[in-house]
Design a protein around this ligand. Structure first.
Ligand code: AMP
Ligand code: MN
Ligand code: MN
Length: 318
């Protein structure tokens, strides 16, 4: 990380008393881990910290210390507003609408739009949690055990348990350091990544039963009826995309999730050598080459057709 940026970050933190930290809608482990990890680190420095996620904290992360501080709305006045793990400002939802431009953006998406006054963006980082870990080390901020657990959760979930192609010896060294601080890696892995609710697995079943394939492209959809009948409480895909992307005979996999607001959440995953972030960006979304997403207006059928067509084109098959 550029030394000047780190120093500027340190100066801004030093000056601030009341800090607001926000991350993205449909929060994943890196959103929650980075939010709570940074929040706990700044609290340790004596700051008054407020943590906001418009969608709240998903159940799978309720075991993390500090998540009970997360609220779903912004109120009050702040010296510093920090957005973590978001490539563009729309990803936080509507909670900041009255607050203007955020002060700091900490992120690792190559599609980042540099929307804050200070942008700490490193797309070589496996997770935003890794950048926060590096910032804390560079500025000699202590990392407590709960902060280490939150950061390790971010690292674990975004690297799919060190399975993504960008997982490196450095990723493992950071994880080892966090483990040495007392974070229980096997337990955190189990809680955030392995364990699923019965409802989530039933929901998967509905999506898996109508899986489709065309050459090396695989996709499925989850409609509102599936969600109701499986009694699945979330509005995400319960991580079904990471099941599809494990199919050997596939280069690109896609899951479409119908939403109650007339949009469809689309998730793409791709093997190394493909770039699905470009397709997602065309639809107003973003992400990384091997993993990207977008929220697209329209009914499930139409969005599915348009996205499949754009994906075929990017594969050079249209
Ligand atoms: P998902 O499919 O939601 O798990 O997201 C895969 C990757 O794409 C993650 O890195 C997300 O942060 C990113 N992503 C998902 N949806 C969007 C969006 N609407 N805008 C920008 N990035 C997104
Ligand atoms: Mn994320
Ligand atoms: Mn991330």
């Amino acid at each position: 990380m550029n030394k000047d940026l780190v120093q500027t970050f340190g100066v801004l933190i030093n000056r601030a008393e009341r800090v607001l930290i926000i991350s993205h809608i449909r929060p994943d482990g890196d959103a929650v881990g980075s939010l709570v990890g940074l929040g706990l680190i700044l609290e340790e420095l004596g700051k008054e910290v407020n943590l906001v996620l418009e969608d709240g904290v998903p159940k799978v992360f309720h075991h993390l210390h500090g998540v009970d501080q997360v609220v779903r709305e912004v109120s009050g006045v702040y010296d510093l507003i920090i957005v973590v793990d978001c490539s563009d400002i729309d990803r936080i939802g509507e909670v900041l609408d009255e607050y203007g431009e955020p002060d700091i953006n900490i992120d690792h998406h190559p599609t980042n739009t540099h929307f804050a006054k200070l942008n700490l963006v490193r797309d070589d980082a496996v997770a935003t949690a890794e950048i926060i870990y590096d910032l804390a080390c560079s500025l000699s901020y202590p990392i407590s055990l709960p902060a280490a657990e939150a950061l390790l959760t971010g690292l674990l979930t975004d690297s799919l348990g060190f399975r993504t192609s960008n997982s490196s010896p450095r990723t493992l060294r950071i994880a080892a350091n966090l483990q040495e601080m007392g974070a229980n890696l096997p337990e955190l892995y189990k809680k955030a990544m392995l364990e699923k609710s019965l409802e989530a697995v039933k929901y998967w079943g509905r999506g898996l039963s109508r899986i489709q394939q065309e050459d090396r492209l695989v996709w499925t959809s989850l409609n509102l009826q599936d969600r109701i009948e499986a009694e699945y409480p979330g509005r995400d895909d319960a991580d079904l995309i990471n099941v599809l992307s494990r199919i050997r005979e596939t280069d690109i996999s896609i899951v479409f999730v119908e939403q109650t607001d007339g949009t469809v959440k689309v998730s793409w995953r791709a093997q190394p050598g493909f770039d699905v972030s470009q397709i997602a960006t065309k639809f107003g979304g973003g992400g990384h080459k091997p993993a990207a997403g977008a929220e697209i207006k329209g009914d499930l059928e139409r969005v599915q057709e348009e996205v499949l067509e754009a994906t075929r084109q990017s594969l050079g098959r249209a």
